[in-house]
Ligand binder design. Structure first.
Ligand SMILES: [Zn+2]
Ligand SMILES: [Zn+2]
Ligand SMILES: [Zn+2]
Length: 262
């Protein structure tokens, strides 16, 4: 169907508010107050798409994990398959999005009267994307940018945390120990430990033996973490660096004490 887009009476051209308005017929939360509230934010988005909230279909969220509980109810992390809006595509006649974003879901147990004041309150310390509803419980959840509550932004801890699922040493104690260093890495990465798969090393050469076991020299393909790079959404590293590998014949005594000694 070919839709006619009329210029915005405020911007005198096509703008985000117009594109949102054309999609009003495509969604409803089933709750008139919520619909009206979301629409109101969208109609304010003329030049700034970030002020618009969306109704986010619950089935577009996957990997939903319980994190903890705050005064309003349960808090979860999830992967938002579509991700937040980047800009409108005139060619596709649809929004271009940052796909697969980790987001935080906070329950709204007593969402009786949602008003603009409520949105502004949330916006004070959160980037706020929209509202979703768990079809099983009927509960509404607000969808927020996943930020560190301590730093009030997306710090190293968030990036490490979002990757916890993707690695394991096979030893719970070691995993926990490495994770602990990562969870305190808010604004620096020098004291962070990582689990490094053995196949990320090459040119491994035996050097000598010390009291803990054999010592090797190797090249680490990826190299140590330098900083988080927004464009690639990955760690910038000092790649192909020389490292020393020391054996841990008795990994059971692998505690923080040992790390501090190293
Ligand atoms: Zn406009
Ligand atoms: Zn919060
Ligand atoms: Zn932090």
């Amino acid at each position: 169907m070919d839709e006619i887009y009329n210029d915005c009476t405020k911007c005198y051209k096509l703008c985000n508010a117009i594109y949102f308005q054309h999609k009003f017929i495509d969604w409803t939360s089933g709750n008139n107050d919520i619909d009206k509230l979301i629409q109101a934010t969208q109609l304010l988005s003329h030049k700034n798409v970030k002020v618009a909230l969306e109704l986010i279909p619950y089935h577009r969220l996957d990997d939903i994990k319980y994190i903890d509980e705050n005064k309003f109810g349960k808090v979860y992390k999830a992967n938002w398959i579509d991700g937040c809006i980047f800009r409108w595509s005139i060619y596709k006649r649809d929004w271009i999005r940052h796909q697969n974003m980790v987001v935080k879901l906070e329950s709204l147990n007593n969402l009786k009267n949602v008003k603009f004041g409520f949105i502004n309150k949330i916006r004070k310390d959160h980037e706020f994307y929209g509202i979703t509803q768990d079809p099983e419980t009927g509960n509404y959840l607000i969808v927020l940018k996943d930020i560190c509550e301590k730093c009030n932004n997306v710090c190293n801890v968030i990036h490490f945390q979002n990757n916890f699922e993707n690695w394991t040493s096979g030893n719970n104690d070691i995993d926990k120990l490495i994770q602990d260093t990562q969870l305190s890495s808010h604004n620096e990465t020098t004291h962070v430990l990582e689990w490094i798969p053995y196949d990320r090393f090459y040119s491994i050469e035996y050097i000598k033996e010390n009291k803990l076991g054999k010592v090797y020299r190797a090249n680490w393909i990826d190299g140590c973490i330098w900083y988080w790079e927004e464009i690639t959404q990955n760690w910038k590293r000092n790649d192909h660096m020389f490292v020393i590998l020391e054996s841990l014949n008795t990994p059971k005594i692998f505690t923080l004490e040992l790390i501090n000694k190293v």
